[in-house]
Design a protein around this ligand. Structure first.
Ligand code: CA
Length: 661
């Protein structure tokens, strides 16, 4: 279509790129300035409303076409709390919410002018991010706002709300911690929240009906979701409460990651973006919305003003809300230039902000493969990590084939995939990359580019997957597999990522796409913590062990190559292995400043116990099939050691080992 060609012409880019930082409603006590980019409009009006939902229009102001396609106007007086929209005349006359809206009314249908200083909790200016040095020091925990608190047994008052994450001292009926205290107890460093910007699927006027949605249906990118606030009608409450949540989490040593969904919007033809500049914000194929997201459309991040909108939005969350990390949904739909620009702009705010994303798309896209922020293009992404699907499926089986197992539940020939996970998808001399399930070469420039995980909100929970892929297997055996799965994740190089509740054997009853299933399927059942205390303790111990050992958190490929040696069936290797379904390695030389000279990490995926020879000398056992942590379980002599079936055995020693490889 001609319009699309026009958008991509050099003349259009030259004439209609607006670089100002003042799009949207810029509030000051005496006057508010409104600017909206609408280069194809013949007229734009600013309309004021009596309230954020119903109410009448009370004023219409003609905006003036100014520079680079921007329409602007000023309005006198203190406009804090004033609801407004834009009426844009293109081929049609359509009313839309400001893409730069910082506050909205209920259901996000009208923007609101906001004095953001009035939304800050007490001593917000003193809010401090918890210390965090290297990306590989992160332990990420992925959670939905509702899931954490909606269960009757959570002990949390503000169920399903941002404020639910500010409550301390909450317990289940056995007195075990829940909510925020539980997160602290687990020792995670980053809480990753499923979409918490304003999404469309929940009717915010009917909150007592307890609707559930993951929130991958964006509506207003720069505003928190109303259903998670205590009053979605108030334009400021959701902002105040979101900030309060961030501040409280920071006070308790936890950083906050937002799941961001700039790859598509809920609506296509009728989205606010499309009403303002028809067809500009989306990739079109033959005049139709391309659907690389599988959700009806895909956003054209490569177009300059779309890129700017995304970059501005991310920077806004990082600065206004003190967000510490961003997880990009379907990042493979974003172009590499945009992602690297986000990194650059966030570095100016705080270089410790994490960026990671899904290095794949949800369908076919016209964006050239070489330009997509895909896993295979990770070498072109700067300090941006991607989820490792090799790790995810290698450990416990394909996410799309329920009954297919992986390493821990009995699939053969998975050793090289596990080893690939262990080294954080970097290049290592002892890995046969041709045997790795998806990637045939290293893609991470550094381990900090690999997000290591076995389960997330998508697909079956780890427990449900193990049950589906191992029928007729006892609960005891399934628990062994479960613990081994995340023992691998939490000792591997890279950035470990846990699905909320995995530490209590979370189940969704076999539901593999619970995006709009009721709370009863999605919520975390805090009684599981009582039933599976030993599992929760094991996970807690794994996290504590990781945090105590820099050797598990190396920052460079060279360090890994130098210090990490696998047990191998090859002749002439110092660490001999003589059977299958077993991965073992030693991290030597007080790697990355570790207090221990060497760690020996052994994963036996066989149902039977296995013996293996480890270097001679005094070793301390820290993790075995039953326990995990920083306490020494026992001290043993090297030589022949027994690794129980389907378990990890992790040992350490004070001195480094002489190994010739
Ligand atoms: Ca909403």
């Amino acid at each position: 279509m001609a319009l699309t060609q026009q958008f991509d012409s050099e003349a259009f880019k030259d004439n209609f790129y607006y670089e100002g930082e003042d799009l949207g409603a810029v509030y000051a006590k005496e006057t508010t300035t409104f600017k909206v980019w609408a280069p194809t409009a013949s007229q734009v009006q600013l309309v004021f409303y009596e309230d954020g939902d119903k109410g009448n229009r009370k004023e219409t102001i003609a905006m003036i076409s100014s520079e680079n396609g921007v329409w602007s106007t000023k309005a006198e007086g203190d406009l804090h709390g004033q609801f407004y929209n834009y009426v844009v005349h293109t081929d049609e006359i359509r009313e839309a919410v400001d893409p730069y809206a910082k506050a909205v009314g209920v259901n996000g249908k009208r923007a609101m002018v906001v004095d953001l200083t009035q939304t800050n909790p007490d001593s917000w200016e003193k809010d401090q991010k918890p210390l965090f040095k290297n990306f590989t020091d992160a332990v990420i925990y992925e959670c939905h706002i509702r899931d954490l608190s909606t269960h009757d047994n959570s002990g949390i008052i503000n169920k399903g709300k941002f404020l639910g994450l500010t409550e301390t001292g909450t317990t289940n009926k056995e007195g075990l911690t829940t909510g925020l205290d539980h997160l602290k107890e687990m020792g995670i460093t980053h809480l990753h929240l499923l979409p918490s910007f304003d999404f469309q699927s929940i009717d915010e006027t009917r909150l007592d009906s307890n609707q559930f949605n993951w929130g991958y249906d964006p509506q207003n990118y720069n505003v928190p979701e109303g259903s998670y606030s205590t009053d979605p009608y108030s334009g400021t409450k959701r902002i105040e409460e979101f900030k309060q949540m961030v501040k409280t989490l920071h006070e308790h040593g936890i950083r906050v990651v937002m799941d961001v969904v700039y790859n598509h919007t809920k609506l296509s033809e009728d989205s606010h973006l499309n009403k303002i500049v028809p067809n500009y914000y989306y990739r079109m194929v033959n005049g139709r919305f391309s659907d690389g997201s599988g959700c009806g459309n895909e956003i054209a991040s490569e177009r300059p003003m779309v890129r700017k909108m995304i970059v501005d939005s991310v920077v806004y969350w990082a600065t206004e809300y003190h967000i510490d990390g961003f997880r990009f949904d379907l990042m493979g739909l974003h172009d590499i230039v945009t992602m690297n620009e986000i990194r650059e702009k966030l570095n100016a705010v705080d270089p410790s902000i994490l960026i990671y994303g899904e290095g794949w798309t949800g369908g076919s896209t016209p964006l050239d493969e070489s330009e997509r922020a895909l896993i295979k293009n990770a070498p072109y992404l700067n300090d941006i990590a991607v989820f490792s699907d090799d790790m995810r499926d290698g450990v416990k089986g394909d996410v799309f084939i329920d009954n297919e197992p992986g390493f821990v539940n009995g699939l053969h020939n998975m050793e090289e995939t596990i080893k690939f996970g262990v080294v954080g998808s970097t290049k290592h001399q002892q890995i046969d990359y041709s045997k790795v399930i998806y990637s045939n070469e290293a893609w991470a420039k550094a381990p900090s580019q690999a997000v290591q995980y076995v389960s997330a909100h998508d697909n079956l929970t780890l427990w449900d997957k193990l049950e589906a892929s191992s029928p007729k297997t006892s609960q005891e055996e399934l628990i062994k597999m479960h613990k081994l799965s995340n023992a691998i994740v939490l000792t591997s190089q890279g950035i470990p990522f846990l699905h909320a509740g995995v530490e209590m054997l979370r189940t969704k009853g076999g539901n593999e796409n619970s995006y709009k299933s009721p709370d009863s399927i999605n919520q975390m059942d805090w009684d599981s913590k009582t039933v599976y205390t030993s599992v929760t303790d094991y996970y807690k111990g794994l996290i504590a062990f990781r945090k105590a050992h820099p050797a598990l958190r190396m920052t460079t490929e060279e360090d890994i190559q130098k210090n990490l040696v696998f047990f191998s069936k090859e002749k002439d290797t110092p660490l001999q292995l003589s059977y299958d379904n077993f991965v073992g390695y030693i991290i030597n030389h007080n790697a990355n400043g570790d207090r221990l000279g060497a760690l020996c990490i052994l994963f036996n995926a066989n149902k039977k116990d296995k013996e293996i020879y480890i270097p001679k000398g005094k070793w301390q056992v820290y993790i075995n099939d039953a326990e995990a942590g920083n306490d020494v379980i026992e001290t043993i002599e090297g030589g022949k050691v027994l690794v129980k079936g389907r378990s990890a055995l992790i040992l350490g020693r004070d001195d480094a080992i002489r190994l010739s490889i």
